[in-house]
Design a protein around this ligand. Structure first.
Ligand SMILES: Cc1cc2nc3c(=O)[nH]c(=O)nc-3n(C[C@H](O)[C@H](O)[C@H](O)COP(=O)(O)OP(=O)(O)OC[C@H]3O[C@@H](n4cnc5c(N)ncnc54)[C@H](O)[C@@H]3O)c2cc1C
Length: 376
């Protein structure tokens, strides 16, 4: 069993996050890739950058916290600490958290936080007929969840030196539930969820490969390729992946939660006493990195990430994650622009964009794009 998650650089932080090393199987090792399609180059230049954003991934080496805790007269269900894959895992862990909250038997439930976890949990609880009130210091568009890329890919949210076998077993089930949760939203007008031809590139030599997180069967059209790869890398995993535009998606699921009856109150809870003073006796904690101060979770560490958005290119319908000599770079296409990423700084909380990183990413993606013409 190989469980190590390589710290590398996606919206999460890994490339080809792995669970098991197995010999290549004929079903997923064709010798050509994406027959019949062409790749338009990303037009990556500084004068096409429309905005650069910074966010802090709420990382716990031992993985997200998903459990109940009795605090005074309250039951608190924790659902936070999803590192670089909170959007990806949102339907999985929120369904579990909502189930635990519902099982307390209380009709009135408080949710703290209105990022992707708080919104999804509130939506699920409201749909199950609970009287839900969300308390949040920040609402969309001002949450970390709004900053995210987003590629649906469960990676970058634990260190296998710190994670338990129990966590991994349960996590596999939740990954699959998380994916299932997004499927009804694909191409639904206004939600910003759609398929992309995704390419995970690496320098790996032939011989073995890692099963993708949650199982290969949840990655449609998966191909493992050592020849004719995008940008000429040694190895490529190509599959259909979901891209989620959080600016559209979070607005819509917040509206859905409101339509289902959830109420939203803009409020920062500064101390545990503030939490215990809430009128509801069942509380779901979806505060992301905020749980470090509010619940004293010292294991939470920020991982700083910076993304630059380029002007839209409707012809770009593929995405990639690529290791380069200057770090891992990734590109996700949105209707509103092209998202360039490739930074992760463990323990760093600076929120100002770093111009040197903007230049590095824009240049790095331009270099990759130039390889397309030499491949043609
Ligand atoms: C650059 C970058 C790229 C990323 N790319 C991806 C990706 O491709 N795929 C993916 O799945 N994930 C990605 N992520 C990770 C993802 O953004 C996070 O895992 C996710 O946003 C966590 O969601 P959350 O709801 O737990 O936290 P948040 O979105 O941070 O929401 C927390 C909520 O709690 C509230 N809160 C906090 N403290 C308090 C308090 N004391 N009182 C009241 N309210 C409080 C906040 O105001 C907010 O409403 C990326 C992150 C970054 C930074």
């Amino acid at each position: 069993m190989k469980r190590r998650e390589m710290l590398a650089g996606l919206g999460g932080i890994t490339l080809g996050a792995c669970t098991t090393t197995t010999p290549a199987s004929p079903a997923t090792t064709p010798s050509t890739y994406t027959p019949g399609r062409t790749y338009a180059p990303v037009d990556s230049s500084l004068d096409r950058v429309t905005r650069t954003v910074v966010g802090l991934r709420p990382y716990r080496p031992q993985g997200y916290r998903l459990e109940g805790e009795r605090l005074g007269s309250k039951t608190v269900i924790h659902n936070y600490g999803h590192g670089g894959c909170g959007v990806t895992m949102s339907w999985g862990t929120s369904e579990a958290a909502a189930g635990m909250a519902g099982a307390t038997g209380n009709e009135q439930i408080a949710v703290i936080g209105a990022g992707v976890m708080g919104l999804t949990t509130a939506l699920l609880l409201a749909r199950h007929g609970h009287d839900v009130t969300v308390y949040a210091a920040e609402l969309p568009p001002n949450t970390t969840s709004n900053i995210a890329g987003v590629l649906w890919f469960p990676t970058g949210y634990f260190d296998d030196d710190a994670v338990s076998e129990d966590f991994l077993r349960r996590n596999r089930v939740l990954i699959r539930a998380a994916r299932q949760g997004f499927l009804p939203y694909v191409n639904r007008p206004g939600y910003g969820v759609y398929w992309s031809d995704h390419h995970a590139l690496s320098g790996r030599e032939p011989g073995s490969y890692n099963t993708l997180p949650g199982g290969d069967d949840i990655y449609p059209e998966l191909q493992r390729v050592h020849e004719n790869t995008l940008f000429g890398y040694n190895y490529m995993e190509r599959f259909k992946a979901l891209i989620i535009d959080p600016d559209y998606y979070l607005d819509r699921i917040m509206k859905d939660a409101q339509l289902a009856g959830a109420k939203f109150i803009a409020a920062r809870l500064d101390t545990l006493d503030d939490v215990l003073a809430l009128p509801q006796t069942t509380i779901v904690n979806c505060t992301g990195l905020g749980a470090r101060d509010l619940f004293g979770d010292e294991s939470l560490t920020p991982i700083r990430g910076q993304l630059s958005h380029l002007l839209p290119q409707p012809e770009i319908d593929y995405s990639y994650v690529a290791p380069t000599s200057e770090g891992v770079l990734y590109m996700f296409p949105r209707r509103t622009g092209i998202v360039l990423g490739g930074t992760h700084e463990m323990g760093e909380s600076r929120m100002e964009p770093d111009p040197a990183q903007v230049e590095r990413m824009v240049r790095g993606h331009a270099d990759l794009a130039s390889r397309l013409s030499s491949q043609a």
